[in-house]
Design a protein around this ligand. Structure first.
Ligand code: NAD
Length: 293
């Protein structure tokens, strides 16, 4: 199977390298210069994708995805697969899928969970929208780049699953951080807080697997000065996508909306940019009830 890979950034480069390591013939393209191991880097998109069996994209947003898809799809043979792994808005994912179908290309939207660590280790989780036929064709690639791929339904369902998951994650991380800050002020030590909550009904992935307090629970970005990990900027991106989607379908998502506001403030008005999304804990530590900004 010959693969074209567009977008060799923090996520795309290690994903493409893992495919090359597994023996696939991978040709990549990025608008920025990039050094890779085992992936041939083309000088144009066309050169990277013409005649490939599968083209994978790992791009920043829906507008870029749409413009790349417009260049790529006319170059592909009928029956080839266009596999987008970026996190983008549901509307862009559906538009790109329609356009792929017009070119007799099989579309899949397959955003990932697992971050740069998961991309490097080949342990990503893929949430996939598209047909069973396309999913079967891409399955061997999911097996190399990840540990799990779930076919969630028709085109756009992968993006829908991703933003719903991350809306829960953003809200539970904030809840976990504000609870730690309250526990501090009530004189409860953090280890006791962790021991109770991680085995009680307040448990969650944010507390149990990614504890925002340093020195407690499993290793997490809190133990590395809140270096990401999963950045607050990317959490803001995903929460924004969740609210755009909610707007589109008239869904009432007050917790998601508030989580988006808080990450927006943290990233754009405070010192959150470039920090892990769990750095909400030191943010809450510094605050009292009187501040409403
Ligand atoms: P990144 O900015 O490091 O990589 C994106 C790459 O796309 C860059 O190298 C950029 O030069 C390239 N690019 C932009 N426009 C292009 C074009 N027209 N043609 C070819 N290449 C182009 O971002 P990333 O962290 O690798 O994230 C990629 C996607 O994965 C995003 O949608 C992000 O939301 C999602 N994601 C990221 C993480 C993470 O932890 N980084 C986790 C889950 C999902």
């Amino acid at each position: 199977m010959k693969i074209g890979f567009i977008g060799l950034g923090n996520m795309g480069r290690p994903m493409a390298e893992n495919l090359a390591k597994a023996g696939y013939d991978v040709t990549g393209f990025d608008t920025q210069p990039v050094e890779t191991q085992g992936v041939s880097v083309a000088t144009t998109v066309t050169e990277a994708v013409r005649g490939q069996d599968v083209v994978i994209t790992m791009l920043p947003n829906g507008a870029i995805l749409q413009s790349v898809a417009a260049e790529v799809l006319p170059e592909l043979e009928a029956g080839s697969v266009f596999l987008d792994c970026s996190t983008v808005d549901v509307a862009s994912a559906r538009l790109v899928a329609e356009s792929a179908e017009e070119h007799s290309v099989l579309p899949l939207d397959a955003p990932v969970s697992g971050g740069v660590g998961g991309a490097s280790a080949g342990t990503l989780t893929f949430m996939v929208g598209g047909s069973e036929t396309a999913f079967q064709k891409a399955q061997p690639l999911f097996d190399v780049m990840g540990q799990k791929a779930v076919l969630c339904g028709s085109s756009g369902s992968g993006q829908a699953a991703k933003i719903c998951n991350n809306m829960i994650l953003g809200a539970t991380m904030i809840a976990t951080c504000e609870a730690f800050a309250l526990a501090d002020k009530l004189g409860l030590d953090r280890q006791s807080m962790f021991d109770v909550v991680s085995t009680s009904s307040g448990y969650s992935w944010s507390m149990n697997a990614y504890c925002p307090a340093s020195g407690i629970g499993p290793q997490s970005p809190a133990d590395n000065d809140y270096k990401p990990g999963f950045s607050a900027d990317l959490m803001l991106k995903d929460l924004t996508l969740s609210q755009e989607a909610a707007e589109l379908v008239d869904a009432d998502t007050p917790m998601g909306a508030r989580a988006k506001e808080l990450y927006e403030q943290f990233v754009n008005k405070e010192d959150g940019r470039g920090q892990d999304f769990s750095a909400m804990l030191p943010r809450f530590e510094k605050r009292g009830r009187s501040r409403t900004d």
